[in-house]
Design a protein around this ligand. Structure first.
Ligand code: FE2
Length: 442
């Protein structure tokens, strides 16, 4: 027993060290604790349902069952209770993390699906009916953007605001459950977000709270994240679930991994270079990128943590004329002007930190003073963002602060695409010219 207690103490100590990322001079306001969302259905019924985009006209439906023999099957159709199609295409997995053994995690691919169409579906042959709407195939399209979500009362407030107004796709730049190795909290998070993530595709990338590395035993980390939040990485030529890209309605979205290797020799770098070279601006006039640790940040929290990645990859995004880069990690909202290499540059991306979803650690209250000139708006409040892309030329970005039970738009910006800008886009729209230049430079 004493031996077990010692091992447990060492485990908890290492765990707390591995998951502590706040700067010592940074004091957080009182956070709200995690709320645990328990199972409300029969154990035989699928739970934690969420959907994600998979290629041009398919959707991946993910659900979890405690019964080993529940089938990986999704029945679906365009009217309630009438499932004229079904799919058994997919995979199932489970994982162990110390004494925790996950239930069966099913990933089922359905489609082809029509654009902007509501489908009704049932998972595993039992349980409640769910429904989702596919995104449109053309503009306009609206994204909800929220980072560092967690599962506190702040989270439920943010989610209520996200769900109160329609959107097509949710983008999450890392830090989902804040389970931090406590695996039942992954299940709790799956239940908390199901009412939203089963209705609209949730496209996520990873943050530091997904790492869950433990020396020797779980050396590579991301075990729960990769098993539960499988993203369409293979479809974009990536070899890792930690970084990928996808196209939706005229937008090319690049999801980067702040905690995968990113140096010029890395797989992620080579993949990003190839991915951006393939973008055809005539098909996807907009490019958005998501990372977790921000490359630009005037908050004292996590200062400089994205700097090595910025130094490695910023040029690729700049030359590809990425329109906006969204980051999380810092628990506040901040919007920067167009930047390249720390200077105002009309051909650089706009940088937005949106790590204010509602995590258990509280807000990052202290900003650098005075504000650097490249930072145009900053505020430490919980909230979420909306990116409505109206057409190939214009998009509207807005940030919605949580005012307790209400939400209020506190920042907004009209954005013109680089695809419509004569001064910033290379003459060739498919970037073959840039690819050639890059080869020449090498
Ligand atoms: Fe983070």
């Amino acid at each position: 027993m004493a031996k077990y207690s010692t091992l447990l103490f060492i485990f908890l100590l290492l765990n707390s060290l591995l998951n502590f990322h706040a700067s010592p001079e940074y004091s957080r306001p009182r956070p709200r604790p995690n709320i645990f969302t328990g199972l409300t259905r029969s154990k035989s019924e699928p739970e934690q349902v969420h959907i994600s985009l998979l290629g041009k006209d398919h959707m991946r439906v993910t659900y979890i069952t405690s019964h080993k023999h529940t089938k990986s099957i999704v029945e679906y159709g365009t009217s309630p209770g009438n499932y004229d199609k079904s799919s058994v295409t997919g995979e199932r997995t489970s994982y162990r993390y110390f004494f925790y053994k996950s239930s069966e995690i099913h990933h089922v691919t359905i489609g082809p699906l029509g654009p902007n169409t509501t489908y009704y579906y049932k998972c595993g042959g039992s349980g409640p009916e769910f429904s989702f709407k596919t995104p449109p195939s053309t503009f306009p399209i609206e994204f909800a953007v929220v980072g560092d979500l967690g599962q506190t009362e702040w989270t439920t407030s943010t989610l209520a605001h996200v769900g109160a107004k329609d959107y097509d796709v949710l983008l999450l730049p890392g830090d989902l459950s804040y389970a931090d190795t406590q695996q039942p909290l992954w299940d709790s998070f799956g239940r908390l977000v199901e009412p939203y993530a089963s209705k609209r595709p949730w496209m996520v990338t990873n943050g530091n709270h997904e790492i869950e590395i433990f020396p020797i035993i779980h050396r590579f980390g991301f075990k729960a994240y990769n098993a539960r939040w499988l993203m369409p990485y293979q479809q974009s030529g990536s070899t890792s679930n930690l970084y990928y890209s996808f196209d939706v309605a005229g937008c090319h979205i690049v999801m980067l991994g702040s905690y995968a290797d990113f140096d010029v020799q890395s797989d992620q770098y080579a993949w990003l270079q190839a991915d951006l070279a393939k973008v055809d601006r005539a098909v996807t006039p907009w490019i958005f990128a998501l990372i977790h640790a921000p490359w630009y940040n005037s908050n004292l929290a996590h200062k400089g943590e994205g700097e090595n990645m910025r130094k490695s990859m910023e040029e690729l995004l700049y030359k590809a004329r990425v329109d906006v880069v969204f980051a999380g990690h810092v628990h506040a909202y901040e919007r920067f002007t167009r930047i390249y290499d720390n200077k105002v540059d009309p051909c650089g991306p706009i940088y937005v930190t949106i790590g204010d979803g509602g995590n258990r650690e509280g807000l990052a209250m202290i900003f650098e003073n005075p504000s650097p000139s490249i930072s145009t708006f900053r505020e430490a409040s919980f909230g979420h963002g909306r990116l409505k892309v109206y057409n190939e030329t214009y998009a509207h970005w807005s940030w919605h602060r949580n005012n307790e039970t209400n939400t209020a738009m506190a920042d907004e910006l009209w954005i013109q695409s680089f695809a419509s800008s004569k001064s910033c886009l290379p003459e060739t729209t498919n970037f073959q010219e840039m690819k050639t230049h890059q080869k020449d430079e090498l």
